[in-house]
Ligand binder design. Structure first.
Ligand SMILES: O=C(O)c1ccccc1N[C@@H]1O[C@H](COP(=O)(O)O)[C@@H](O)[C@H]1O
Length: 222
C-alpha cells in the first residue's frame, strides 16, 4: 500500500444533519450516507438531499459519499442531478469492472469508488484488477447476512501484502482501539468507519468519532 504522512477518514452511515455537520467540523475527509434500502442506516431521497445540501453549504471541502449497491441507471441519473448531490459514489454491490468503467465515462465529474467485500485473501487480487476501473478501491469484510456495516475486521496479515496504485480505503470494524495495530502494519490511503462508532444503527457516538480521530493523529505523528 502507498505510504503517506496521514490517513484520510470517512465516517459512514450518517442519518442526521446535525451529526453530519458536527462530524464534518472535526475535519474528516468524507461523510457517507447509505442508499441501500435493506440497511438499517438507509435514508430516503429527501433526507439524503437535505443532508448533502447542508454539508455542501457548510463544509464544501468534505466529500459527500453515496453508498449504493447495484443501482439502476434511473436511480443514478436522479441522484446525480439536482440539489444535494453526492461528490462520490461508493459502489458496494456486485458491479462488474465494465459497469464501473461505463459509469465513470458517463459521469466523469463524480468520483467512483468500488467497494469489494473480501471473503478470502485471493479476493484481494480481484480488488486489484478493479483499480483500472475506479477512482478508489475500498476493502470491506464479507458477510452472508448484510452487504456492509458489519463491524467485522479484515485480517491484517492479508492487508500487509497489498500494493495498489489507486487510493485504497479500509473498512470493516474500524475504531480507535484498532488503530495502533492497524496503522503499525498497514498504510492505507484512508479508513472508513461506521458501526463501531454507533450508539444505535445510524446514530453515532461523537465521543467515539473523536477518539478515532485522536488515535489516528497520534499514530500518524509518531
Ligand atoms: O452500513 C451499512 O449499513 C451498509 C449497508 C450496505 C452497504 C454498505 C454499508 N456500509 C458500508 O460498510 C462499511 C462500514 O463497515 P463497519 O460498520 O465499519 O464495519 C463502510 O464501507 C460503509 O460504507
Amino acid at each position: 500500500m502507498r505510504h503517506q504522512p496521514t490517513v484520510a477518514v470517512k465516517i459512514c452511515g450518517i442519518t442526521k444533519i446535525n451529526q453530519a455537520l458536527e462530524i464534518a467540523s472535526l475535519g474528516v475527509n468524507a461523510i457517507g450516507i447509505v442508499g441501500v434500502k435493506a440497511s438499517q442506516r438507509y435514508i430516503p431521497n429527501k433526507q439524503r438531499r437535505e443532508l448533502f445540501r447542508a454539508l455542501e453549504e457548510n463544509y464544501p471541502k468534505t466529500e459527500r459519499v453515496w453508498v449504493v449497491a447495484d443501482p439502476s441507471e434511473k436511480e443514478i441519473s436522479e441522484v446525480l442531478s439536482g440539489d444535494g448531490r453526492p461528490s462520490i459514489i461508493q459502489l458496494h454491490g456486485k458491479e462488474s469492472m465494465e459497469v464501473c468503467r461505463q459509469l465513470k465515462n458517463k459521469y466523469p465529474f463524480f468520483q467512483w469508488w468500488k467497494a469489494l467485500r473480501i471473503r478470502q485473501q485471493e479476493d484481494l487480487l480481484i480488488a486489484q484488477k478493479y483499480q483500472d476501473h475506479a477512482d478508489s478501491i475500498l476493502l470491506d469484510t464479507w458477510s452472508s447476512k448484510v452487504l456492509g456495516g458489519t463491524g467485522d475486521r479484515l485480517p491484517l496479515e492479508w492487508l500487509t501484502k497489498i500494493n495498489y496504485q489507486k487510493p485504497c480505503w479500509i473498512a470493516g470494524g474500524v475504531s480507535a482501539e484498532w488503530i495502533p495495530e492497524l496503522l503499525s502494519k498497514v498504510q492505507p490511503f484512508g479508513l472508513d468507519a461506521s458501526s463501531k462508532l454507533e450508539d444505535s444503527p445510524g446514530i453515532k457516538d461523537i465521543k467515539k468519532v473523536k477518539s478515532l480521530l485522536q488515535a489516528i493523529k497520534g499514530q500518524t505523528m509518531n
